[in-house]
Design a protein around this ligand. Structure first.
Ligand code: COA
Length: 382
C-alpha cells in the first residue's frame, strides 16, 4: 500500500530516546529536558557530553574527574598520525581523513579493551574516540600547513585545547567560549541521518568504532553536515559577485536554487541553534569584520518575515550561522563539517549506548517495484 511507504522515513518513529527532543513548530530543542539556550549559556561541552552519556548533569567532582579522564585520552598513536600525514600530503578531504583515522583508532585500544563488548566498555571506547578526534583534526591541519602537530594540553578544556592544537596559539577567551558553545549546539539532534546511521550499525551489535565511522560518512553529505561549508562558499560567492546580497538571494530563489543553511526536515520555524549562533556572529562582527554578519542577516531577512517565520517556506538552520562564525574564528572552510563531527560524536555515542541497552536489529523493507518474473537467459545467449 502506498500509504505504508514513508520515503526518507519522514515522521516515522523507530525508537524511544531520553536524549534530545525537537519541537519543530515551536523551534525548541532540549537535551534531556534542558533547553539548548540554557546549556549553551551556562555549561561547557564536557558537561553536555556527561549529561548525554551519564543521564544527569555532573556535580563539580564528577565533572573534574570526567574532564581529567577525557583529557588523558587525547593523544593519538604515532602510527595513526603518520597515516593522517600521508592523507594530508595527498590532498585528501579532511572529512575523509577523519573517517579513515577514526576507523584506525580501534587498532590502538589499550590492553584488554579491544575484545570488551559490554556497554561500559563501549562508553570507554566512545570517550576515547571523542577525546582523540580533535587531535586528529588539528594534526591534519598542521600537516597540510607544513607544520608538526602539537601535544594536547590537559590543562585546557576540549574546545580550547582544539583551538590551541589547531592554530598553535592560546585562543583568546571569546574564541574559546564561542567554539565551546558551537560544540554544545551541535552535540545532539534526535535521529538525524548520521545518528540514525550510527544506530543502524550499532543495532547489528557492531562495535562503537564502526558506528562512529559510519556516522562520519553520513554527516559528510551536503544535505546534512556538509551544508555549513556550502553556506560559507555561498557567502563568499555573494561577496565576490556584483549583486547586492538581497538581489543575489532574490535571483537565486527565482532560479530555484537551494540556499544552503536553510530548510529542515523537522523545524518549520527558525532553528533555535541558529538564533544563538546569530548572536555570536554579531558579537564577532563587532570585534572584527561585520561583512559576513551583514550578508547572512540580509539573506535571512529576505527569506523570513520579521518574526523569523519562513516567508518562502524555509528558515535558517544551525549551519547557516555556524559557517560564518567559524570563518570569523579563522577556521578553514573545509574543517567546518569535521568540527561538526567532533561535536556530534558525543550524540552518536549516546544514541548507540541507549539503543544497545534494549537492542533490536534495524531492518526496514522496500516496496519491490521491479518485474515479478523474468526468464533467465544464459550469458552466451544474451
Ligand atoms: N533552499 C530553497 N528551497 C528549499 C530549501 C533550501 N535550502 N530547502 C527546502 N527547500 C524547498 C524545496 O525546494 C521544496 O520545495 P517544493 O515543495 O516547492 O519542491 C520544499 O522546500 C521541501 O524541500 P525538501 O527537500 O523536500 O525538504 P526535506 O525535508 O527533504 O529537506 C533539507 C530538508 C535540509 C535536506 C533541505 O531543506 C535542504 O536541502 N537544505 C539545504 C541544505 C542544508 O542546509 N542542510 C542542513 C540541514 S541541518
Amino acid at each position: 500500500m502506498a500509504d505504508d511507504l514513508k520515503k526518507g522515513l519522514e515522521g516515522v518513529l523507530v525508537a524511544e530516546s531520553d536524549l534530545s527532543s525537537i519541537d519543530g513548530d515551536a523551534g525548541r530543542l532540549i537535551y534531556r529536558g534542558y533547553p539548548i539556550e540554557a546549556l549553551a549559556a551556562g555549561a561547557s561541552f564536557e558537561e553536555v557530553l556527561y549529561l548525554l552519556w551519564y543521564g544527569h548533569l555532573p556535580d563539580e567532582g564528577e565533572l573534574a574527574a570526567f574532564t581529567e579522564a577525557m583529557a588523558a585520552e587525547r593523544s593519538v598513536d604515532p602510527a595513526i598520525l603518520e597515516t593522517v600525514r600521508s592523507l594530508a600530503d595527498a590532498g585528501e578531504e579532511p572529512m575523509a581523513a577523519l573517517r579513515t583515522a577514526t576507523s584506525m583508532l580501534s587498532a590502538t585500544e589499550p590492553e584488554g579493551e579491544a575484545d570488551a563488548e559490554d556497554l561500559e566498555a563501549s562508553l570507554r571506547k566512545g570517550r576515547r574516540i571523542t577525546a582523540k578526534i580533535p587531535t586528529v583534526l588539528a594534526a591534519f591541519e598542521r600537516y597540510r600547513q607544513g607544520e608538526e602537530p602539537l601535544d594536547p594540553d590537559p590543562a585546557l578544556g576540549l574546545a580550547e585545547n582544539f583551538l590551541y592544537l589547531f592554530t598553535g596559539e592560546q585562543p583568546d577567551p571569546v574564541a574559546a567560549e564561542t567554539f565551546d558553545q558551537a560544540l554544545i549546539l551541535h552535540a545532539d539532534h534526535g535521529l538525524n541521518a548520521s545518528t540514525f546511521t550510527s544506530m543502524v550499525i550499532a543495532s547489528t551489535m557492531a562495535d562503537v568504532y564502526s558506528a562512529i565511522t559510519g556516522g562520519i560518512g553520513a554527516l559528510s553529505g551536503p544535505l546534512h553536515g556538509g551544508a555549513n561549508q556550502d553556506v560559507m562558499e555561498v557567502l563568499i560567492e555573494i561577496d565576490e559577485s556584483d549583486l547586492e546580497p538581497r538581489n543575489w538571494v532574490e535571483q537565486a530563489t527565482e532560479e530555484g536554487r537551494r540556499i544552503p543553511g536553510f530548510g529542515h526536515r523537522v523545524y518549520n520555524v527558525k532553528d533555535p541553534r541558529a538564533k544563538i549562533l546569530r548572536e555570536r556572529s554579531a558579537e564577532l562582527a563587532e570585534e572584527g569584520d561585520s561583512k559576513w554578519y551583514d550578508i547572512t542577516t540580509t539573506l535571512e531577512a529576505y527569506l523570513t518575515d520579521e518574526k523569523g517565520l519562513p516567508e518562502k517556506g524555509i528558515a535558517p538552520n544551525v549551519d547557516f550561522y555556524s559557517g560564518s562564525v567559524y570563518y570569523q574564528l579563522g577556521i578553514p572552510i573545509d574543517m567546518y563539517t569535521p568540527i561538526f563531527a567532533m561535536s556530534r560524536s558525543g550524540g552518536w555515542i549516546a544514541h548507540v549506548l541507549e539503543y544497545q541497552r534494549d537492542n533490536r536489529l534495524i531492518r526496514p523493507r522496500a516496496r519491490y517495484t521491479g518485474p515479478e518474473e523474468q526468464a533467465f537467459v544464459p550469458l552466451q545467449e544474451r
